[in-house]
Design a protein around this ligand. Structure first.
Ligand code: NAD
Length: 260
C-alpha cells in the first residue's frame, strides 16, 4: 500500500475495528487520515492518529452534511486525491438493541438507517471526485444482515440495506475504477457492540460454534481490509467478505459445544 492515501472514518478508541484496519494499512505502507465525531472523541483519536503518523481532518458527524463537505475539502487541499476510504460507522438507540425488532420506533429506524446506511453513500458521493485515479472503499457489516440475531433488531435491517448499497455503489462507480466492498466481521467487543443486549453470550456462542473455534480480533479484520483496499483485490467489487472464523457457513450448533 506504499504511496496510497486513505481516509478512515469511525475511529473511537484502540478497540475500534477502524483501529485494527488503520494499523494493518499503515504496516503495509499506507498514509492515513482520520476524522472524529465530536470533541469527546477528538482527545482519543488525535494520539492514535499520531501513533501511526496520520493526519486528522477534523470533526465529522455523518448526520451533518456540512461536516462531511469540510472533511473532503480538507483532504483535497492536503492530499489532492484519495486512494481508499474506510466506513466503520453505525448507530442505533441502545434501548432498541434489546427485546423485539417489531417494537422498533420510526424515529430510531430513520436515524439508524441514515447513520449506518446512507452515510456510506453520502461519503462516496464526495469521495468519487477525489478518487480520480480509481480507488477502493470498504464498509463494515455483520451476519445479522443475512440471518436473524437476537437483539440486533434494526441494525440487522440496516446492515442488509448497507450490503445492498455496496452492490449498487460497485456498479455505479466501477467504470471509474472505484471498487466498493464490505467486510462482514464476527462479533468483537467494542464500544458500539457494548450496546447490544447479551453481547457476551453472542461472543461465547460464536467461539464454540465457528469452524475456527474462536472469535475474531480487530487485527484479523485489519489484515482482510488490506486485501480489499489494496491492488491484491483488483478483480473484486460488490463483495461481502466474511471475517468471522467461518461462522456464517455453519447450519447447526456444534455437538461438542458446551451449554452457555
Ligand atoms: P466503535 O464504537 O469503535 O465505532 C463506531 C463508530 O461509529 C464510532 O467511532 C462513532 O464515532 C461512529 N459514529 C456513530 N455515529 C456517528 C455519526 N453520526 N457520525 C460519525 N460517526 C459516527 O465500534 P465498532 O464495533 O468498531 O464499529 C465499527 C463498524 O463495525 C460499525 O459499522 C459496526 O456496526 C461494524 N461491526 C461491528 C462488529 C462488532 O462486533 N463490533 C461486527 C460487525 C460489524
Amino acid at each position: 500500500m506504499e504511496g496510497k492515501r486513505g481516509l478512515i472514518l469511525g475511529l473511537a478508541n484502540n478497540r475500534s475495528i477502524a483501529w485494527g484496519i488503520a494499523k494493518a494499512c499503515r504496516e503495509h505502507g499506507a498514509e492515513l487520515g482520520f476524522t472524529y465525531q465530536g470533541e469527546a472523541l477528538k482527545k482519543r483519536v488525535e494520539p492514535l492518529a499520531q501513533e501511526l503518523g496520520g493526519e486528522v481532518f477534523g470533526h465529522c458527524d455523518v448526520t451533518d452534511p456540512a461536516s462531511m463537505d469540510a472533511v473532503m475539502a480538507a483532504v483535497e487541499s492536503k492530499w489532492g486525491k484519495l486512494d481508499f476510504l474506510v466506513h466503520a460507522i453505525a448507530f442505533s438507540d441502545k434501548d432498541e438493541l434489546t427485546g423485539r425488532y417489531v417494537d422498533t420506533s420510526a424515529e430510531n429506524f430513520d436515524r439508524s438507517m441514515n447513520i449506518s446506511v446512507y452515510s456510506f453513500t453520502a461519503l462516496m458521493q464526495r469521495a468519487e471526485k477525489l478518487m480520480s485515479d480509481g480507488g477502493s472503499a470498504i464498509t463494515l457489516t455483520y451476519y445479522g444482515a443475512e440471518r436473524v440475531m437476537p437483539h440486533y433488531n434494526v441494525m440487522g435491517v440496516a446492515k442488509a440495506a448497507l450490503e445492498a448499497s455496496v452492490r449498487y455503489l460497485a456498479v455505479d462507480l466501477g467504470g471509474q475504477g472505484i471498487r466498493v466492498n464490505a467486510l462482514s466481521a464476527g462479533p468483537i467487543k467494542t464500544l458500539a457492540a457494548s450496546g447490544i443486549g447479551d453481547f457476551r453470550y453472542i461472543l461465547k456462542w460464536n467461539e464454540y460454534n465457528s469452524p475456527l473455534k474462536k472469535t475474531v480480533s480487530i487485527d484479523e479484520v485489519g489484515d482482510a481490509a488490506v486485501y480489499l483496499l489494496s491492488p491484491l483485490s483488483r478483480g473484486v467489487t460488490g463483495e461481502v467478505h466474511h471475517v468471522d472464523s467461518g461462522y456464517h457457513v455453519v447450519g447447526m450448533k456444534a455437538v461438542d459445544a458446551p451449554d452457555i
